[in-house]
Design a protein around this ligand. Structure first.
Ligand code: IMP
Ligand code: ZN
Length: 390
């Protein structure tokens, strides 16, 4: 390697390290989309040994890295076969939190679709209890699920700060997802479950699922619509986030903007009028770069609508969507923004810090998170000077 190539490789390495050290807020992560490949393979092997699936077929599907939107949803059906029992749900919930904490995510909203599975004696409630059991089982990291007693001076990549590894802390909150394939009454059950579990870390509702199946949100005359459930959440004071514009469904995008949820995911396929409306409403957007490029919602990283929203100072936050499925991490999403759009470390820090404003957790949590950023600021913004040889 010549000196120039070596210098470039070192700069890449240094920037990646910085993005990992940056405290981050993750607002859009699906539980089953964030499972480690190694865990999926282990589960698949187990089911293969029992003759439930053919392991060799499944292995190739899990290890494939480029996926279209329809392929993703085929894969989710497979994941749901692999992760149906309570113990497995507990295991993946635990591992997902550990993985986000390892990336210095200090606040994590995990969303998941509560599932009924009669064969396993699983109800939506017992599924969620299994998720919470997993969050409580995390040992290497302090997980704050209900309270707000987050101490800021012992968090974040302390190892990078002073060479001593201390136990990290992470706030975790839960959003219950309504799958577009569900009926109105099943969607209402999910909202009612959220109401019931508000004191157990559940703080919001998400509408997700394959955007090319299911009823359109706007079809209020049809009984199979999600609007009653979303409206019920709104009436109960539960914040709502909606997957919006993954495909160019004009009527639905219009209806989602009219509903005016607290946050929106993706917003890929909006036309000029819809862009204008989104910007005037100032609804914070969960930006998922890798996911959008891989599933075709954005033509490329360079042409991703992040740049337009960022330049317009629209509220936004970088997210992973499905870190396992798309082989990404939140640190990597920040790195991609730096390398694709040329944001400086200062601007990346601001971007990460601004996301605190859009969390669904209460003001006490927000205040603690602001302290976390304040504490990390000097170290991260003086990184280059600190790293420079004396
Ligand atoms: P789960 O809710 O924990 O089972 O996570 C997987 C589910 O999240 C999938 O079955 C979808 O319903 C939803 N999901 C994950 N990624 C996407 C996406 O990019 N668009 C829409 N829905 C998604
Ligand atoms: Zn999503």
């Amino acid at each position: 390697m010549d000196t120039e190539t070596e210098g470039k490789a070192a700069a890449v390495e240094e920037m990646r390290e910085w993005c990992v050290a940056l405290p981050k807020v993750e607002l859009h992560a699906h539980l089953n989309g964030s499972v480690r490949n190694s865990t999926l393979l282990e589960l698949a092997k187990h089911l293969g040994d029992k003759g439930v699936i053919v392991f060799e077929d499944v292995k190739d599907v899990i290890m494939k890295s480029d996926r279209s939107l329809p392929e993703c949803f085929k894969l989710f059906d497979l994941f749901h076969i692999l992760t149906t029992d309570h113990d497995t749900v507990t295991r993946i919930a635990k591992e997902v939190v550990e993985d986000f904490a390892a990336e210095n995510v200090v606040y994590l909203e995990i969303r998941t679709t509560p599932k009924n599975n009669e064969a396993k004696g699983m109800t939506k409630r017992s599924y969620m209890d299994a998720v919470i059991k997993g969050l409580k089982a995390v040992e290497d990291v302090d997980v704050e699920l209900f309270g707000s007693n987050f101490r800021t001076n012992e968090t974040l990549s302390s190892k990078l700060l002073d060479g001593v590894t201390k136990k990290k802390k992470i706030y975790v909150r839960l959003l219950l997802s309504i799958d577009r394939r569900e009926t109105t009454s099943a969607a209402l059950d999910t909202v009612n479950l959220a109401v019931e579990m508000m004191d157990q870390g559940v703080i919001g509702i998400d509408l997700s699922g394959n955007p090319v199946v299911g009823e359109c949100i706007c079809n209020v005359l049809c009984r199979e619509t999600y609007l009653p459930a979303l409206q019920h959440a709104k009436n109960m004071g539960i914040p709502v986030t909606i997957h919006c514009g993954e495909v160019a469904n004009r009527k639905e995008i219009q209806a989602v903007l009219d509903f005016c949820p607290q946050r929106l995911g993706h917003v890929c396929c909006l036309n000029d009028v819809e862009w204008k409306k989104l910007k005037s409403l100032m609804i914070p957007v969960e930006i998922c770069l890798t996911s959008n490029v891989m599933t075709g919602g954005a033509p490329s990283l360079e042409l991703h609508h992040f740049a337009d929203l960022y330049n317009a100072k629209h509220p936004l936050s970088l997210c992973t969507d499905d870190s396992g499925l798309f082989s990404t991490s939140l640190s990597n999403e920040y790195y991609l923004v730096a390398t694709t759009f040329g944001l400086s470390k200062f601007e990346l820090f601001q971007l990460a810090q601004d996301a605190v404003q859009f969390v669904f957790a209460d003001d006490v949590v927000k205040k603690s998170l602001k302290e976390v950023f304040k504490h990390a600021e000097k170290r991260l913004l003086m990184w280059d000077e600190l790293a420079a040889p004396s």
